[in-house]
Design a protein around this ligand. Sequence first.
Ligand SMILES: [Zn+2]
Length: 232
Amino acid sequence: MPDIITIKLAYTRVYLIKENAKYLVVDTGLKGYSGLLEKGLQENGVGPADISLIVITHVHYDHVGNLAWLKEYCQAPVLVSSVEAGMLEEAKSFTPSGTKLLTRIISGIGKIYNPYASYEPVKPDLIFSDFISLIEYGFSAVIIPTPGHTAGSISVIFGSGEAFVGDTCFRFYNGKSVFPVFANDVHTLLKTWQTLLDSEALVFYPGHGRPFKRDALQESYREINQKHSFKS
Ligand SMILES: [Zn+2]
């Protein structure tokens, strides 16, 4: 099992996964927190040269907010899905749609006013459109497309079962349940959940909230399918 460092930046999480003495970084958190991110790296003894790859799970402002800073800091290549690479280069940002009453309200407000929604553009170095192995980058992991939250969402799954899923799964509210609270396409997202449940993933590390085991996702998936609460 690889070493995993979590750096919390407001309500977002940056993950650093160590294998073969190098770190893979998953997402970069909300804009304006590069100072805290640098502090977190230093506290964990991670220098710029220790980072060999940055993976962006999807191009939402709260996942790419410190990407320009981090890329400048460590000079590591940035990997993103081909579906969202153009957005990153043009620093476009969209507020995701809510799927529940509360998140619809949050989303509605965010579409009108969101002081955090801007970020610096970044030219990605590695753009892919399908399954990719990270072995050649020194990590025993694969990247798979996991659309639904956004069309270009991706997840990183390590051979030992740790899955870094961005906003494909959220863990909010009571901390026990996993909900698709924000999604541009809920039906696609639920297919993605099935893909994740069919994979070797054992523990899920979301972009927001604490990690959870696959039974939590399984349970949530079963409940949602029973209630048909997202059927249009
Ligand atoms: Zn998102």
